[in-house]
Write a protein that binds this ligand. Structure first.
Ligand code: PLP
Length: 447
């Protein structure tokens, strides 16, 4: 902790005021309201954030895995400021230069055959609209998604989600779940990545047959399931899903909301896989969340469906000027500063080796997996049975990490190591020392 607060002359009293107002008036996501977080964040820069009193934290969560270019990138802040001077809101039905530019820049990173972008307010409504497009394009109803997934907290998106947040309610019509690959906890008794891939595809094939291929509009897949565990697809899996979809006229929607725009060290997580989806959903990394935005990148045949047919969907803030200006500036920064390359390089040469070393020192680490700045440490109570580390121990780890000045992303029995793409080797070394120390002290007597 240092005194290098960039908030400028602010005091401890403001932290307490922020907590009090929060306790009294803010209703929080995904949590019991009686037990609120007390962590105050008032300012940030790069991979670090501060409270009002100047306590510093290394942000190894990137908030919700979205701050890919780091906090407060000056040129993006400046672009938002300049756009705000010009025009701060405009209806989606009008034409605006910043919107067209942002869309062009986004499709510039997509494979050939994608020319159009539909803008949303975030990731959930991107999936929502992608599902609607797929249903209208195919004239079919069902959407298949995996049990271990997170697609957002709105109607079709939360029903497609397969983790603990899945709400089987009236929106569930036409949503079917299947198991994706996860070798460490294989549903298929597989012992090699190749086996896992082959058997997971066999399982999907049977689900498609059982559901009736001609009733299925789309398979919706996170290219790398993120919140569910950073589950790296084994060799051949994505290509196999693509092939199954093609065989039955089913569309493939790849959800790149968390994995896209640099996190894996590639622009899209599917880059290099040889797989071309029909629809791509994005949010988070496209502008690092500086202004809320998401969207669907639409392949030409699907876009053509709506040439002479109204697309029944729209949002007041679709293509919001501040979001558009921030996208253009964020992509400029990522391209000119080699930010995606940094994520790739630091993942391969610094984070990956450091986590492998950490795993050697701590028996509680059952598996380390990931790439770029997208890694998970899976913690177990017993390495032989792979029984997950209990929630109470995970809670202790999380508190100890924060107390040591590191903001972690903790989910179930995992710590996700997900710093901004601009993280430096020194910052990674500092973080690794904290993980190491906390795993040693907070788990004493465990197992
Ligand atoms: N899809 C994925 C893969 C996500 O990780 C998330 C959010 O974490 C979403 C969709 C939902 O995005 P949002 O919270 O912006 O609605």
């Amino acid at each position: 902790m240092t005194d290098t607060n960039t908030g400028g002359g602010l005091t401890d009293g403001l932290d307490e005021l922020a907590r009090e107002l929060d306790r009294e008036h803010v209703f929080h996501s995904w949590s019991a309201q009686a037990n609120p977080s007390t962590l105050v964040i008032a300012s940030g820069r790069g991979s670090r954030v501060w409270d009002h009193a100047g306590h510093e934290y290394l942000d190894f969560s990137s908030q919700l895995v979205n701050v890919n270019i780091g906090h407060q990138h000056p040129s993006v802040v400046q672009a938002i400021r300049e756009q705000a001077e010009l025009l701060t809101t405009i209806a989606p039905s009008t034409v605006n230069l910043a919107r067209g530019e942002a869309a062009k820049r986004i499709v510039g990173h997509a494979p050939s055959g994608f020319r159009k972008v539909f803008f949303t307010n975030g990731g959930a409504d991107a999936n929502e609209n992608a599902i609607r497009m797929a249903r209208l394009h195919t004239g079919r109803d069902k959407v298949l998604s995996t049990y271990r997934s997170y697609h957002g907290n709105t109607g079709a998106a939360i029903v497609s989600t397969g983790d603990w947040r899945r709400i089987p309610n009236e929106f569930a019509r036409g949503h079917v779940h299947f198991f994706g690959p996860y070798l460490y906890r294989s549903e298929f008794w597989a012992t090699t990545p190749e086996q896992e891939s082959e058997r997971a595809l066999q399982h999907l094939r049977r689900v498609i047959e059982a559901e009736g291929p001609s009733s299925i509009a789309a398979v919706l897949l996170e290219t790398i399931p993120g919140t569910a565990g950073i589950l790296m697809p084994p060799p051949g899996y994505l290509a196999g899903v693509r092939e199954l979809c093609d065989r039955h006229g089913i569309l493939l929607i790849l959800d790149e909301v968390m994995a896209g725009f640099g996190r894996t060290g590639r622009w899209f997580a599917f880059d290099g896989s040889g797989v071309r989806p029909d629809l791509i959903t994005f949010a988070k990394g496209v502008n690092s969340g500086y202004v809320p935005v998401g969207g669907v990148i639409i392949s030409d045949p699907i876009a053509a469906t709506f040439d002479d047919r109204v697309f029944p969907g729209g949002l007041t803030y679709s293509g919001h000027p501040l979001a558009m200006a921030s996208i253009v500036a964020a992509l400029d920064a990522m391209e000119s500063e080699g930010i995606v390359e940094n994520a790739r390089e630091i993942g391969a040469t610094v984070i990956g080796p450091a986590l492998a070393e950490l795993a050697e020192r701590h028996a509680a680490i059952g598996e380390v997996r990931g790439e770029g700045v997208f890694w998970a440490i899976e913690l177990v109570a017993d390495p032989a049975t792979r029984e997950p580390l209990p929630a109470a121990a995970m809670g202790r780890l999380k508190s100890a990490l924060v107390a040591r000045g590191l903001l972690p992303f903790v989910q179930d029995n995992r710590i996700h190591v997900v710093p901004p793409c601009v993280v430096t080797a020194d910052e990674v070394a500092d973080a690794m020392a904290i993980y190491d120390d906390v795993l040693r002290t907070a788990l004493e007597g465990e197992g």
